[in-house]
Design a protein around this ligand. Structure first.
Ligand code: ADP
Length: 593
């Protein structure tokens, strides 16, 4: 059975092999077993239900809470000549009626709907009258009351489905599922434990970078300019920051958009549509932007400010490189953001218990900014995915341009100072004492009388605060949670003080090398323009027609006939049939020019 699936993968999608987990899920569905697929964003979840859907009699119903994603999915299937449609509130009444009629007539292989649609008796009646082979629950974590985006109407879909006079195979797909959520889904969808396929959360095509101690504005402007052909997102914390960065980028001639809750609904919608439709443009936004954005060729996500927790960071950064191509996630760290995030937690409507939880999550985010470990590994471990033991070899901390420096002595001085301050204060006052500051508070507590006063006067206060954060991140020291965390020694601190545990930090030795392209950039650019023109004509986003990788391979290999076109990643028989004349003509003209 898998042979046929493999063939479809090549014919329709132009891919040669399955990604981890895909064949496993497909096989289970082909044997009509209810399944749960937990795969990272960009892991290729759609193919998991689309290939079984293509092989089976009857329609595949896809339930998705994200209306904006439905059109993309349907457009992508339609360009492959696969009959698919969606029915949701974005359509007029007449359009809905026409599509429902065609569903009843069996014209479609795939039907996408929002959960609320199953509350309609009329719709359920139509479902009764057709044969449904498979029901896919996209973003399945929203079904579970333990999920972070719980949607009660999504949960009630299960009851509606049980009323049907047929028993289609069910699959739940998600990129985020805690143990509780998985268990809940397992029960609701009646999935056997052996039919849970979990490939972890790792996103190997993403490079994680942390930039500290640099002018954030200058860095952002320079970064965007060096990557100006690429689409990217810049996340800032406040609306004001968004407005400022937007103006600055506009001034230097970058095609830039903005999105935040202070803009009108219309302006936001327009910015979002332009971002999806255009090639290399930059979106500057608060975290209000992104839910339901499926643009697959976002090449970078820059966090101008510190995110509130690692959950949102990984979700936002994860909007880069959904197409599997190398992409960058950069976090610009500034210590001031810690107070800003604390202020936002303090101002929120959360009760005390939840606030304290948020402070704990923020502390983990701060730890990420000061760790020495491989950055993606730090994130995966935070989410309880302990399977990855290898360093990524490309993040800021794995980068071989870093130099290992022994800072045991300095760590001992910091720890000893904390001990003398009775372990009752935070990083900022400790740094002041070590610097030898004449601050009022230092005098008030008579810390200027301590033997550790001014012991590290060669460092700036900012450097000392960062070093203390680093010691906390590496668990060389404990920060007791709360708005003003106090520093406490732990067993590892004592080992350092006794000289039994060394402390190393890594500092940047040489500037990073620019990555070199292995494809002719000019021809790639030309192909992108053609893709854009075709996309506009067909009213679909460009990345739905060809992925960036397909264009890069076309630019590099310049295939001259249909057979060599078929060797290109993403060029299946269906696409070759449709586009070979146009592509071969472009390549031939380029070769002659
Ligand atoms: P998800 O829903 O898991 O975020 P998608 O289904 O949108 O991911 O797939 C992300 C991208 O990966 C799409 O461009 C898709 O065509 C591509 N893709 C999926 N499976 C494969 C595969 N086996 N080989 C190469 N690319 C794939």
């Amino acid at each position: 059975m898998l042979e046929q699936a493999q063939k479809l993968l090549h014919t329709y999608y132009g891919y040669n092999s399955f990604r981890p987990g895909q064949s496993n899920v497909i096989e289970k569905l082909l044997y009509k077993q209810n399944t749960i697929a937990i795969m990272p964003t960009g892991g290729g979840k759609s193919i998991c239900y689309q290939i079984p859907g293509l092989t089976q009699e009857g329609i595949t119903l896809v339930i998705s809470p994200l209306i904006s994603l439905m059109k993309d999915q349907v457009d992508a299937l339609t360009t492959l000549n696969i009959p698919a449609t969606y029915i949701n509130s974005s359509l007029t009444n007449d359009e809905q009626i026409a599509r429902l009629r065609d569903v009843r007539l069996g014209k479609y292989t795939f039907l996408y709907v929002a959960p609320e649609r199953l509350e309609s008796k009329k719709f359920l009646h139509i479902l009764q009258s057709i044969s449904i082979s498979l029901i896919a629950f996209d973003e399945a974590h929203c079904i579970s009351q333990w999920g972070h985006d719980f949607r009660p109407s999504y949960r009630s879909v299960i009851d509606s489905i049980q009323q049907l006079n047929q028993k289609p195979t069910l699959i739940g797909l998600t990129a985020t599922a805690t143990k509780e959520v998985t268990k809940d889904l397992q029960q609701l969808l009646e999935v056997d434990s052996s039919n849970i396929v979990n490939t972890g959360f790792s996103r190997d095509n993403l490079t994680f970078q942390l930039v500290k101690g640099q002018d954030r504005n200058a860095y952002t402007l320079q970064f965007v300019q060096t990557n100006k052909e690429e689409a990217g997102i810049i996340y800032a914390i406040t609306r004001k920051q968004v407005d400022q960065i937007h103006i600055q980028l506009k001034k230097i001639g970058v095609p830039v958009l903005k999105y935040h809750a202070g803009l009108t609904e219309e302006a936001r919608q327009q910015a979002q549509n332009t971002f999806i439709q255009e090639e290399g443009c930059v979106m500057v936004a608060t975290n209000a932007f992104g839910m339901g954005i499926d643009k697959s060729n976002v090449r970078y996500v820059v966090h101008y400010g510190l995110p509130r927790n690692l959950e949102s960071y990984y979700q936002e950064a994860g909007r880069a490189g959904r197409d599997g191509e190398p992409s960058q996630c950069i976090l610009l760290f500034s210590g001031q953001d810690i107070s800003l995030q604390k202020y936002l937690i303090e101002q929120s409507d959360l009760d005390e218990e939840k606030k304290s939880k948020e402070y704990g999550k923020l502390q983990a985010m701060i730890n990420y900014c000061h760790t020495n470990q491989c950055l993606p590994q730090f994130i995966l471990h935070y989410f309880g995915d302990l399977s990855s033991k290898k360093n990524c070899k490309k993040c800021t901390n794995c980068n071989e341009t870093l130099q290992k420096v022994d800072r045991t002595k300095e760590a001992q001085m910091v720890l000893s100072c904390i001990k003398r301050m009775n372990q009752s204060f935070g990083a900022s006052l400790t740094a002041k004492v070590l610097k030898g500051s004449k601050d009022k508070k230092v005098k008030q507590f008579q810390f200027d009388q301590l033997s550790t006063y001014g012991l590290l006067h060669d460092y700036t206060e900012k450097e000392l605060v960062n070093f203390i954060h680093f010691l906390v991140a590496e668990n060389f020291l404990t920060a007791v949670e709360g708005r003003y965390p106090t520093l406490r020694l732990n067993q590892r601190s004592i080992d350092i003080l006794k000289g039994e545990l060394p402390v190393y930090v890594y500092i940047e030795k040489v500037p990073q090398k620019e990555a070199t392209n292995d494809y002719p950039a000019e021809f790639f650019e030309h192909l992108r323009q053609i893709r854009k023109k075709m996309a506009d004509q067909q009213g679909v986003p460009p990345y739905v027609l060809f992925t960036d990788r397909t264009l890069k391979e076309l630019a590099k290999h310049k295939p001259q006939d249909e057979e060599s076109l078929l060797q290109i990643h993403g060029m299946g028989e269906k696409k070759v049939e449709k586009y070979s004349d146009m592509l071969l003509k472009e390549i031939s003209e380029w070769n002659q020019s």
